[in-house]
Design a protein around this ligand. Structure first.
Ligand code: EPU
Length: 343
């Protein structure tokens, strides 16, 4: 049974709460297990005087030092079928659920739709914040709505898809609404008329190697897991926060100039005529792949992932990130924007 109020702890080490394994302490720390606990917290005396930071699985955050405010660690559980409609299963999960476990649970129930997003680290509640995506699918495509607590007013609110303003690794929660809401649950619409999404080159190759022509959702999930395990470091063994930069998007003219100078430049045309480039390729071309700067390096199998070689601090991560940005700017005239939240 969860308590009616969350317990406030003092001076808590955050090293084990972030997948990069960076050292930092929180002056205050509260584990939130129910939305009611959170609403009660917002009415407490200390609340209005404390700066706040919401932490899920800690897989998309770079801690650069001690945090003098209150860290809210989201541990809200639950997963359930809310409704079965003629064309979809409507499924809700608590924000504290592990994302991958939730994906596998839906597949086990026979509800397809999230398989391409298998093995993404982090929690369900963090998924909408950066609109997680992989292998040709973004979470927004399966999103129905979310519930959150407005941390300023202590009230529960609902956001539909339009209100979330999803973009590529982006949402209102990274912009105008940053820090204002704590997401407590997310509801997904999982399609009954499901079609496999297998256009992403790496996934298509994996399925071909497995000689699977008409994959089930589970087979796609298995293939995605295999590709990820081969290319991406396991945070339990080597600290990291997934892709460290977003793939940069450039206008058509810039792309044409770059493509003429760099044959073989991987690129993904966008609906609006702009072109997305592969940051990993640009970083590799600058010689950073497998190279370290102090205790942080660009991973040897995927240059877009920065890894903790042991004992790294937030400042070390930022130093390498800036050096890489500088190299890519000089070589290609392209700006790389970090993907994780820097605290
Ligand atoms: N590439 C290189 N060198 C590298 C890395 C990549 O040349 O070191 C090239 C690849 O050969 C390929 C292209 O760059 O032509 C794209 O690489 P990859 O398929 O590995 O995907 P990505 O664009 O680097 C994105 C997401 C990942 C997601 C994968 C698969 C972003 C910022 N990253 O990576 O998401 O898993 O696609 O869909 O959009 C994350 O966001 O944390 C993340 C891991």
């Amino acid at each position: 049974m969860s308590q009616s109020t969350a317990v406030l702890a003092r001076n808590v080490a955050l090293c084990s709460f972030n997948t990069f394994g960076l050292p930092a302490r929180a002056a205050w720390f509260a584990a939130v297990e129910t939305p009611a606990q959170l609403v009660a917290l917002t009415a407490s005396l200390e609340w209005r005087y404390l700066q706040r930071f919401v932490l899920g699985g800690g897989s998309n955050v770079i801690l650069t030092g001690d945090f003098e405010g209150l860290v809210l660690h989201v541990r809200i559980p639950g997963r359930e079928l809310l409704a079965e409609e003629c064309d979809a299963w409507i499924v809700r999960a608590g924000a504290g659920e592990n994302w991958h476990d939730f994906v596998r649970w839906t597949l086990g129930r026979g509800w397809p739709g999230l398989e391409n997003l298998s093995l993404i680290p982090g929690t369900v509640g963090a998924a909408p914040i950066q609109n997680i995506g992989a292998y040709g699918l973004e979470m927004a495509e399966r999103f129905e709505r979310l519930e959150a607590v407005d941390l300023e007013r202590g009230k529960t609110v609902t956001f539909d898809r339009a209100a979330c303003r999803f973009g590529y690794r982006d949402s209102v929660f990274k912009r105008e609404a940053a820090g204002r809401y704590l997401i407590t649950s997310v509801t997904f619409r999982l399609p009954k008329h499901w079609r496999p999404e297998t256009r992403y080159a790496g996934l298509a190759q994996e399925l071909e190697q497995r000689r699977i022509a008409n994959p089930t959702a589970r087979q796609i999930s298995d293939a995605v897991m295999a590709v990820r395990l081969r290319k991406l470091p396991d945070p339990a063994c080597l600290g990291n926060a997934g892709s460290f930069f977003k793939n940069p998007v450039v206008d058509a003219t810039t792309f044409a100039q770059l493509a003429a100078r760099f044959p073989g430049l991987p690129h993904y045309p966008q609906a609006d005529g702009a072109v997305k480039l592969a940051a990993g390729w640009l970083i590799e071309r600058c010689g950073w792949k497998g190279r370290d700067l102090g205790p942080v390096g660009a991973y040897e199998k995927q240059a877009l992932v920065l890894v903790n070689r042991g004992g790294a601090r937030g400042a070390d991560v930022l130093r390498l990130a800036r050096a890489i940005q500088e190299s890519v700017r000089t070589a290609f005239g392209v700006e790389l924007e970090p993907e994780p939240v820097v605290l």
